[in-house]
Structure formats: structure tokens, C-alpha cells
Design a protein around this ligand. Structure first.
Ligand code: SAM
Length: 345
């Protein structure tokens, strides 16, 4: 194991079988060693900076029916909302003086948000705040749509691949969603020039060490600028309601491995990690993550974007409580910076 860890640190690559071994044979000691090396790699590129992103959840309408997701279209109990352009812009107006220099517009796949509507919003944010980056996370769209959004000024796009194993993908999604299309969307986003983020849930039903090894291999080969990794957490109104949640320990272990694969990657310590463990955010940062995404959505809709049970909305999770987040990050030797926080090679 120590040889494998050293090899990963040196070469930034392992075989599929080696990744699998690294996962299967993990223990606390190896996790500590990996985290130490991951922190060293992160410091080499970003020092002790932690980047913040203001997350604006623009709509919880979704035409898709992903089996794990709380805002899937079959969830009839979910109270649906969508933000107006004015509401989205006032989130940015609130976030800018707090120090946010990246706004992330995330939502379900809501046909109301046509290319025209999204492009208008992106262009207005960029004109008000030219020193800010705009990240979109709006699911699968056509090449033309992605191109228009890029041309209107969007800088980054997050589209988790969810799992790099086709069979596993098909167990997590209904048959109208395709693994190949998701992967093609990611390629397209990269070709267009977006800083592109992939990512996956940890502990999703039917996941194995082998499928996780494929996720790591995919991250290594795709070379995304960002990667979102968080534990799967069940949602009571989904077919996976009775499934077990993913572990914080394995999520952190994988964060360390991904940091060693790509020292410059932008790696969030996710809300799901903070939901699964009161100090999950800190654990993620101490494993190699360097981004946190506090919620800038208006108070009236907070809580309605419930992807999984008990998703955090208050405390350090809320953008207005940035001081608390700052204190918590300082307590682990990190510093929140007012910066777009672009990818560094
Ligand atoms: N619709 C867009 C898309 O598909 O990329 C963005 C929104 S989607 C809800 C954002 C992410 O939430 C998904 O990529 C998925 O990994 C995560 N997610 C959904 N349900 C989850 C759950 N039960 N536990 C943990 N993460 C979940």
C-alpha cells in the first residue's frame, strides 16, 4: 500500500486494479498518509487558500427522474419553485459585498430556463460584476446550448458524471437517460472551453470498489478542472429511501486520491459532506479539498432544493454567515480568499 501511495504521488497515475486495491485495503493509517500528501500537493499550488462560491439554486423543477434525487419529477410532495432573473441578480448583489467572486447557478433540468433566458442572466451578471466568474450546473443540454451560454460569458460548467461505469449508471437512472450522452456532454463542455467539472457520489447504491476505481481513472484521463465528490444521502421520497448513506471516511479518502491525481484541481468540500457530519466540511478540506460553496439562494426558497434528507441550509452553509465559515476554516489553518479561484495547472 505504501508503495502504491508513493507511486501515485510520483506519477499521478495508477492502473484500474491499483486504484481498486487502494480502496479495498484502506485503513486509518493509509488515509492519514494520503491526506498528508494531498495537503502537500494542494499547498504547492494554492497555499492555504480556500475558495468560496456563492451557490444560487435557481429552480427545483426537473424533467428527469434520477432514482437517487429528491427533486426528481416523480416526487409529487416536493414544493416546486423557480427564481426570477431579478431574484437571481439580487443574490449576486448580496454575495458580491460578502466577497464572493464566483456565482454558481444550479438547478434541475427545467425547460423554462431556455438558452435565451440563461444567456440573458449570465450576460447581466458579467456586466454588473466583470471581475466574477459564472459557473453553470444545469444538466445535459445540446452543444449549441452550451456554446451560447459560453458565448454569453459563462466561465465554468459542473456536470457530475455520477459514475464512470455504464451498468452502474443504468441502475441509478431511468432508461431515458444515457451514460453515453452524459459523457459526451462533458467532452463537449471541455471542447467549447469551459472550465469543466465532473464528479460522483460516494456510497450510491450498487457502487463497488471497482466502479469507484473507474471514477478515479476517468478523473485521471478526462483531466477536469473541477470535481464534485460527496456522499450519497437517501431522500425519503425516492425509490432509494431505505438505502444506506455513503461514508464520510471513504469520501475523504477519495478526495485525497483525486488531489494526488491532479494537484491543481478545484475540489469542493461539499454540502453533502457537511450534512453527513457536523465537521464534514473541515474533514474534506483536511483531506485535500480547497473549495466551499455556501448557499446564496433567497431565504424564501432555502430548504426547497432538497436533493437528500436534511440537506444543510443554515450555519456556515449560509452565505450570510461567512464569518462563521471563516472562523471554522481558520481553525484548521486555512484562509478564505476573495478571488475568482480559477484552475491553476
Ligand atoms: N440537474 C443538474 C445535473 O444533473 O447536473 C444539476 C443539479 S443535480 C441535483 C446536482 C447533483 O446533486 C447531482 O449531480 C448529484 O450528484 C447530486 N445529488 C442528487 N441527489 C443526491 C443524493 N441523494 N445524495 C447526494 N447527492 C445527490
Amino acid at each position: 500500500m505504501i508503495d502504491l501511495i508513493n507511486k501515485l504521488e510520483k506519477n499521478r497515475t495508477l492502473t484500474l486494479e491499483e486504484y481498486e486495491r487502494l480502496i479495498v485495503n484502506r485503513n486509518e493509517e493509509y488515509a492519514r498518509i494520503l491526506a498528508k500528501k494531498a495537503l502537500k500537493a494542494k499547498r504547492g499550488v494554492y497555499g492555504n487558500s480556500v475558495f468560496i462560491r456563492g451557490l444560487i439554486e435557481i429552480s427545483n423543477y426537473c424533467k428527469n427522474n434520477c432514482i437517487y434525487c429528491g427533486i426528481r419529477r416523480s416526487n409529487k410532495v416536493c414544493e416546486r419553485y423557480r427564481l426570477t432573473k431579478e431574484q437571481i441578480l439580487s443574490c449576486c448583489d448580496e454575495g458580491y459585498p460578502l466577497g464572493f467572486r464566483t456565482f454558481v447557478l444550479q438547478g434541475g433540468e427545467d425547460p423554462y430556463f431556455t438558452d435565451e433566458r440563461i444567456c440573458e442572466i449570465v450576460a447581466e451578471i458579467k456586466s454588473r460584476y466583470p471581475d466574477c466568474a459564472v459557473t453553470l450546473s444545469l444538466g445535459e443540454r445540446s452543444r449549441e446550448s452550451y456554446q451560447k451560454m459560453f458565448d454569453s460569458g459563462a466561465d465554468r460548467y459542473l456536470l457530475r458524471h455520477e459514475t464512470a461505469d455504464k451498468e452502474h449508471y443504468e441502475k441509478l437512472h431511468p432508461s431515458d437517460l444515457s451514460f453515453n450522452n452524459r459523457m459526451e456532454c462533458l467532452q463537449t463542455l471541455k471542447e467549447i472551453g469551459f472550465q469543466t467539472g465532473c464528479g460522483f457520489m460516494v456510497g450510491s447504491p450498487y457502487q463497488t470498489a471497482r466502479t469507484l476505481a473507474k471514477d478515479l481513472k476517468f478523473v485521471e484521463q478526462f483531466k477536469p478542472q473541477m470535481c464534485g465528490i460527496g456522499p450519497f444521502i437517501p431522500h425519503r421520497e425516492t425509490p432509494f429511501a431505505a438505502e444506506k448513506a455513503g461514508s464520510v471516511e471513504l469520501t475523504c479518502y477519495l478526495l485525497s486520491i483525486v488531489r494526488l491525481i491532479s494537484p491543481g484541481i478545484l475540489l469542493p468540500s461539499t454540502t453533502a459532506l457537511g450534512t453527513a457530519d457536523p465537521i464534514g466540511r473541515e474533514k474534506g478540506i483536511l483531506s485535500g479539498a480547497n473549495v466551499v460553496m455556501p448557499n446564496l439562494s433567497p431565504a424564501s426558497v432555502k430548504g426547497k432544493y432538497e436533493l437528500y434528507n436534511n440537506k444543510l441550509t443554515g450555519g456556515a452553509e449560509a452565505a450570510e454567515n461567512k464569518a462563521e465559515l471563516e472562523r471554522r476554516m481558520e481553525s484548521i489553518g486555512c484562509r478564505i480568499v476573495t478571488d475568482r479561484g480559477d484552475f491553476k495547472k
